[in-house]
Design a protein around this ligand. Structure first.
Ligand code: ADE
Length: 258
């Protein structure tokens, strides 16, 4: 996969894209990342990338021409390509969206700044707008990094342990269970005994029940998307959790429809 980032602050990306999983994925050529400075494509002595909004009002608007020229200069790697504008007005980003993006051959992430981007650029060239949450950042750069990281870890071979992305929070509409490592006692707190038992089936059951309890407490809305196997339903019934889970799932489904 190839990801291209378009920004007026290209230095923003230097360190985050050269550390950890993304660094390894780039070295292994699992992902190819291109960083493009929009200002390099702006005309005139001052290479202006923004201007005052028509109709008046606060702040500045990103000009359509430098964005278009910068986008045209992005090499195409063929295949399935998506142009995404990071913006607080976008569709909320989610694990599901990350999975969808990971199925593309090329993502072009455009980092908006100021009061927004000239709508004619978006209308002509942008496939979708994406928001990473209901808050306003100073620009789309941090959001583009969030999307890049979430997508990169889903690419085959990007993670050390092949199946650990499948056990991430959200991959199954459940939050991830608690984790523990050595020592067995810390600040008078013990690791749950079942995790030291060596009984893999009991560990898996404990973790599943913990995931459900945590999701019920913190994000019951997620349970609307949970499909349970017969065995899991039996486990939840034995733990006295099945009715709560079914109620939360129903409430969540009604919330989604509303
Ligand atoms: N730019 C500013 N705020 C943003 C947000 N919440 N998500 C994506 N891009 C943004």
């Amino acid at each position: 996969m190839r990801i291209d980032l378009l920004s007026i602050f290209p230095d923003f990306f230097t360190t985050p894209l050269n550390e950890g999983i993304i660094r390894r994925a780039r070295q292994a050529q699992i992902i190819d990342i291109g960083i493009h400075n929009i200002r390099d494509h702006a005309e005139g002595r001052h290479q202006m990338t923004d201007d005052r909004p028509y109709g008046g009002g606060e702040g500045m608007v990103m000009k359509a021409e430098p964005l278009t020229a910068c986008l045209r200069a992005v090499p195409s790697c063929g295949g399935k390509r998506r142009v995404i504008l990071l913006s607080p007005r976008g569709v909320p980003f989610s694990q599901e969206q990350a999975l969808r993006y990971a199925g593309h051959d090329q993502l072009i992430l455009i980092c908006g700044r100021y009061e927004g981007v000239d709508e004619r650029f978006s209308e002509r060239f942008v496939d979708e707008e994406c928001s990473i949450g209901d808050y306003v950042l100073s620009g789309g750069e941090l959001a583009a990094l969030v999307v890049t990281d979430a997508v990169c870890r889903l690419l085959p071979g990007a993670l050390g342990c092949a199946d650990s992305a499948e056990r991430d929070s959200f991959s199954r509409s459940l939050l991830k269970h608690n984790q523990y490592t050595r020592p067995p006692v810390f600040a008078d707190l013990e690791v749950p005994a079942v995790l030291l038992s060596g009984d893999h089936a009991a560990v898996a059951r404990h973790r599943f029940v913990e995931s459900v309890r945590l999701t019920l407490a913190r994000r019951p809305d997620l349970l609307a998307g949970l499909n349970l196997s017969r065995e899991e339903r039996k486990t939840l019934k034995e733990e006295g959790l099945l009715a709560q889970v079914e109620y939360a799932a129903m409430a969540g489904q009604m919330g989604r429809q509303a």
